[in-house]
Structures are given as structure tokens and as C-alpha cells.
Write a new protein. Structure first.
Length: 244
């Protein structure tokens, strides 16, 4: 059984095909294209599909998918065996809920902290007791660079290469890079330390477009043994809903 899952973010759309629970295809696109989707559906003989989106209307996409496959709407009303204590389900991001479901299904009986480093950085905890109480939303890497440029008179908008190390602040450009990037690393370490006090044997999962960079920065931290990187976490959560 092949499933197609789509995660529409603020910047990119991510598509994955699963054979049951095995990931067999992955794409990251700026724009979704019906021709591309049709080709994918035919190539893998897709039977089921589901979509998560952060802020876009998906009525046209869902209508298209319904003509091709068994379309399963993804909403925060899907419990999946989790006690959801979030006060405003209507405003809970579907991508955040998909990560919680992924943690619940992939690591049952464990305390999990999911850190998604995309346009924003989100922090969400799924407890070993299968409960979710919400989390935190913070500025993402590029948003911080842009804010420093926008809200000041003289600070430039710097270009950031994810493959470079965090520089020392020996000039203005590097001072901005150091402040933003080291600040985020310190923020993440602070969140992990806080959750370690609340939850025993905490598993930390980093995902998102900037997740690989941040994972590398944390490899030498005191929390290294707790941390793993999984760029497909949202997609896995969507697929778990299909296979429930």
C-alpha cells in the first residue's frame, strides 16, 4: 500500500511516498504542480493521501486528490491515542500536531521534545503518559537576520551559509551571525535543559529546514546523546494517521 503525504510550509512544500511505513520517495518543491502529482500517483500507484498546511487553503488540492486517491483530511481533531490539552485547537498548527503524532507512534511510552527549525522554531512535548499540553513558538534563523536589518538603521542583511561554522564577532557581519546563530543554539539548549527537569529520559528530535545545521552545532553539547535529527518527522506523522 502506497501513501502520498504532503506538508505545505511557509517556504516549501514537502512530498513523500510511503510503502506502509517505509519512505520510498521524497521531494521538496517551491510550488505544487498537478502534473507532477499525477505522475507521482501513477508511478507509485498511490492509494491514500493526506495534507498538512501551515496557512494555505487546500480546498483545490484536496478536491484534486479526491479524484485520484482515497483522501484522508488531516485535522487537530484526530486524537491518535493522545490526550490533547491545547486550549485553541483551531489555531494549533497541523505540522506541530503531525510531529506529536509521529513521536507518539514511533516512540511509545517516551517523553519526547520535538524542535522544528523552519521559518519559525517550534518546541513541542509529547509525554510518556500520551499527553500534549502545547509548546513554544520562536523566531526562525532567517527571520532573526531580517528583523535586525529591518528594525535598525545601519545593520546589514547578511547572507548565511548553512555549511559554515558560527564565526567569532570580529566584524559587523560576523557579529550578527554570531549573535543570531549562537543565540539560537543557546535557546535550544535552554529549552532542552528546562524539559529535562520536567520529564525523565527525554528524547529530543530536531527537524525542519535548518534542523541539520542546528543538529551539527549541538553534537558536542552535554545533551548530544539525547538528540537525533529527522527531517521527515512531519511527513511520518501524516503517514501514521493513514495507517492507524
Amino acid at each position: 500500500m502506497h501513501n502520498l503525504v504532503i506538508d505545505i510550509g511557509n517556504t516549501y512544500s514537502k512530498l513523500a511516498v510511503f510503502n506502509h511505513k517505509e519512505l520510498v520517495h521524497y521531494q521538496r518543491l517551491k510550488e505544487l504542480d498537478e502534473l507532477n502529482l499525477t505522475s507521482l500517483i501513477e508511478e507509485y500507484q498511490i492509494q491514500n493521501a493526506s495534507v498538512s498546511t501551515v496557512n494555505k487553503e487546500v480546498s483545490e488540492l484536496s478536491a484534486f486528490l479526491k479524484t485520484k486517491v482515497n483522501y484522508i483530511p488531516f485535522t487537530t481533531a484526530i486524537k491518535a491515542g493522545i490526550q490533547n490539552n491545547y486550549e485553541t485547537l483551531a489555531t494549533l498548527g497541523l505540522d506541530r500536531w503531525a510531529k506529536v503524532i509521529a513521536a507518539h507512534c514511533l516512540y511509545p511510552g517516551e517523553n519526547c521534545l520535538m524542535i522544528d527549525a523552519g521559518t519559525c522554531i517550534t518546541y513541542d512535548v509529547h509525554t510518556a503518559a500520551n499527553e500534549y499540553f502545547g509548546g513554544s513558538i520562536s523566531l526562525g534563523v532567517n527571520m532573526r537576520f531580517e528583523a535586525l536589518n529591518y528594525y535598525t538603521g545601519r545593520l546589514p542583511l547578511v547572507n548565511w551559509d548553512k555549511d559554515e561554522a558560527i564565526p567569532n564577532g570580529t566584524n559587523t557581519n560576523n557579529a550578527i551571525k554570531n549573535g543570531v546563530l549562537q543565540g539560537i543554539v543557546n535557546e535550544i539548549e535552554g529549552f532542552i535543559a528546562l524539559e529535562n527537569k520536567k520529564n525523565k529520559a527525554l528524547r529530543v528530535m530536531i527537524t525542519g529546514g535548518d534542523g541539520d545545521f542546528l543538529n551539527k552545532q549541538l553534537k558536542n553539547s552535554i545533551f548530544a546523546t539525547q538528540i537525533s535529527y529527522d527531517q521527515y518527522l512531519v511527513l511520518k506523522g501524516l503517514n501514521e494517521v493513514i495507517t492507524l
